[in-house]
Design a protein around this ligand. Sequence first.
Ligand code: SF4
Length: 380
Amino acid sequence: MKFLSEYRDPALATSLVSRIRALSTRPWTLMEVCGGQTHTIVKQGILDVLGDSVEMIHGPGCPVCVTPLEQIDRALHLASRPEVIFTSFGDMLRVPGSDCDLFQVRAQGGEVRVVYSPLDALELARANPDREVVFFAVGFETTAPANAMAVWQARELGIKNFSVLVSHVTVPPAMTAILESSDNRVQGFLAAGHVCTVMGWSEYEPIADRYQVPIVVTGFEPVDILEGIWMAVKQLEEGRAQVENQYARSVRRDGNRQARDIVGQVFQLVDRQWRGIGEIPMSGLGLRDEFAAWDAEQKFDLHGIRATEPAECRAGDVLRGRIKPIECAEFGTTCTPENPLGAPMVSSEGACAAYWSYARYRGGDGGGEEFAEQSTETRS
Ligand code: SF4
C-alpha cells in the first residue's frame, strides 16, 4: 500500500539501525513525545536493536494518560446525571476515576455513548432536544480543530443542549517543563507528526534554540521512527540543535492554516493540570468566554469536584520519562489492563499498556516481531 508498506520495509529499517549505530560515538538519550510512537518503538523491538547507541525514553504524549483524575471524576459525575447523554471516544471509557470508570457508570444506568466525531455528538443533541449532550473533548492539538468546529457549529445553529468537557493539552509547554526539570536527561526529541500536521513546527524552533536540543518532527511507522532517530543523532554528533522534518509527506512548517484558525477562534491558552505531573502554566486549551454557554464545567458547575491521585501509581514518572513502566512496582501485579491503577495501563497510547501488550515485558514470548505489520492508529 502506497505510503505504508515502504515505511515498514524490513531491509530499509535494518539499514537505518546500522547507520544509527555506526554514527553514534557515545550513548545518546532521546524522547519520543507521542504515545503512538512509543507503541511502535516497543512493539517493533526498536529499544533492543539500538543497543548502546541510543536510549529512547517515553514522553507525555498520551492525551488519555495526562487527563487529570478530577476531570475523569467530572466526566463520571456528568454521565451519572439522568438528563445527560455523555459522549466520548471509546478510549476514555476504561480510564479509572477515583471510584469507577465510564463503563461502570453505563452499567449502572448512565447514558454513555461512544462517538467517532464530536459532530456526531452535536447531531445527537439536535435529535434529543429534551436532553443535555456532553462531549468529552480530550486530546492534544490534533483533535482540537474538530472539537472547535463542533462548538462553533453549535453556536451557529443555536443548539443550546450541547456542551464540551474540555481537557485539551498542548505539546510545547510539556517539552519545556521536561527540559527545565532538574533531573532532565533528554538530549533530543522526536516530535509528534500528527500534532505538527495541524500546528506546523515553527513553535518548536525557540525550544531547540534555547535549550540546544535537536527536535525532529517524526511519523509513526518503524522506518519513520528510525529515520527520525538517525536525524536526531546526526545533529547531536555534529553539534547542531535545529528543528528538522522527517514527516515531510504530511507536515509543513506552518501546519494547517484553516485548522489553526478555528482552534484560535474557539479556544484560548489556559493553565492545565496534567495527570501525575501537576499544573503546567498555559499548557492547555480552554473555551473562550464567548463560548461559555457550551462549556460543560460552567454549565454544570463542576469546579468543586477535586480528586487525589493514588500514590502507588507512578504515571507522572512514566510520563516524564523518569522511569520505564516495568520499574513501577505495581506493573503486572496490582496494575494490569483488567484492573488498572492508572490511565497509561489502559490507553491505546499508554506506555504501560505498550510494555504489557508486547509480552516479553511480562515474562511471555510475544513482542520482538521486528518491523511487523501493525496499526498505528493514534488520537492525540
Ligand atoms: S504500571 Fe500502572 S500503577 Fe504503574 S505507572 Fe503504569 S498505570 Fe500507574
